[in-house]
Write a protein that binds this ligand. Structure first.
Ligand SMILES: [Zn+2]
Length: 94
């Protein structure tokens, strides 16, 4: 069997804070302890399910969105397009 990554969610919009965490594992820009806790909880529950967030298509970034951030649920602002991938196993044909 081979593992491969499939797209779980093709539009996962992150605020600037979450992009820093996902791209650089950098929590230094986050001043709100509740926000940091939310991000860590979301990431750890996704990791347990074999899911990873990957930066997506920069042409789909939004300079301003009224939607909540998909990871920390923070309020309106700039959003960076990401995708969520999950590991799956490819069955070899017998
Ligand atoms: Zn966020």
């Amino acid at each position: 069997m081979q593992t491969r990554l499939e797209i779980w969610e093709d539009k996962f919009m992150l605020c600037d804070d979450c992009v820093q965490v996902v791209a650089n594992d950098d929590y230094s820009g986050i001043v709100d302890a509740r926000q940091e806790k939310q991000i860590r909880q979301s990431l750890s529950s996704m990791a347990k399910q074999g899911m990873h967030i990957s930066l997506g298509d920069s042409e789909k970034d939004e300079t301003f969105s009224m939607e909540l951030c998909d990871l920390c649920f923070s309020l309106a602002g700039r959003r960076t397009h990401c995708v969520v991938l999950y590991e799956t196993w490819e069955q070899q044909d017998a």
